[in-house]
Design a protein around this ligand. Sequence first.
Ligand code: NAD
Length: 332
Amino acid sequence: KALLYNMTPEQQVYVDKWNQNHPEDDLVTTDDKLDAKTVEMAQGYDVVSVLQVFDIDEEEVYRKLSSYGIKQIALRSVGYNIINFDFVHKYHMIVTNTPAYSPRAVAENTLTSAMYLLRKWGPILNNEKEHLNFVREENLMSDEIYNQTIGIIGVGRIGSCVAEMFHALGAKVIGYDLVENPANEAFLEYTDFDTVVKNADILTLHTPLEPSMEDMISAKEFKEMKDTAYLINAARGPLVNTQDLIAALKNKEIAGTSLDVMTGEEAIVMKKFNDISELPADYQELAKMPNVVFTPHSAYYTKTSVKNMIEHSMTDVKRVLNGQKPVYLVEE
Ligand code: NAD
C-alpha cells in the first residue's frame, strides 16, 4: 500500500494501469506535496513516493514516516537533492529514484534541437510568422548533419544515446567525461574538455550539476567555440552562464542555442503569460532572438518516460517490501 504524493494527471493514467495489473497492490494518490503538514496522510501505508521540486528538509517528516513504519521514499524522478540524507540515515530509511526512465527521450530531443538549429528553422519560422516572408534568403542556407562534429560533455546514460544517434547519421562525435566507457568508443572519440568545446559544431551538455560545475560554459568557452557553433543545454540551467550566453549571441561568438533548462526556469516553466514584458529580463532578451529556442524542461516528457517513472519506482517499492535490494538505490 503506497501513497504517491505530487500526482500529475499524466502519471495518474499509469497508476490506474498499475492498480489494474497488480490487484495485490493499492497505489493511492494525492496532488499534495510531502511536508510536515501532509506527512500524517502517510499513516497506514507501507511506503511513500514523491515527484517534487520542493526540499523535504523538516526532520518532522522523516521522524513521522519512520514512526509509521515507512522505510523507503521512492522518488519518481532522477534528482534527489530535495532529500535530507542526514535524516534518512538517522531514521534508517532508504531512498530510491528512477535514473533510467528514458535516456532516449532526452537524446531524441537533443537530436531535434540540433536539426532545428542546423536547418535554421528558428529564422525560417520567424520570417514566416512575423513577416509573412517566404523568401529563401542566403542566410538560411544550412549544413548537413553528416559533415558536422558533435561535441558531448558528459557521456553517461543520455550522452551515450546522443552519441549513438548522431554517429548513426554519419556525424563525427567527440566527447568528454570524467569516466571513459570503452563501450562508447564504437560511437565517439573521447578527448579533453577544451578540445570538445573548440571543435564542436554542435556542443551538447549531459552532465549532472554539482556546485563546482556552475558556469561550466561561460565567457571563456564562448570565445573558444566556433562562431558557427550551436549550444544545446538539456541538462541543468546553471551549467551555462546566462548573461555570458546572451553576450555571446549578441557578439556572434556562437550561432544559436537550444535551452530546455535555464537558471531561473522556475519563474516560467508551467506558467502562461500574456505579454513578453512579463517574462524575466534574461528570457525577454533571448526570446527576441530567432536563433534561440526554449523548451519548457520537456526533453524527458514522453509517454515512455512517464510510464517508466511509475513502473521503475513501484517495481523498486515491491522489491524492497519483498526483502530484495532495489535496482535504483540512491546512496549518499
Ligand atoms: P548519468 O549519470 O548517466 O551521466 C552523467 C555523466 O556525466 C556521467 O557519465 C558522469 O561521469 C559525467 N560527469 C559528471 N561530472 C562531469 C564533469 N565535471 N565533466 C564531464 N562529465 C561529467 O546521467 P544521465 O541520465 O545521462 O543524465 C544527465 C543529466 O541530464 C542529468 O544529471 C540531468 O541533469 C539531465 N536530465 C535532464 C532532463 C530533461 O528533461 N531536460 C531529463 C533527465 C535528465
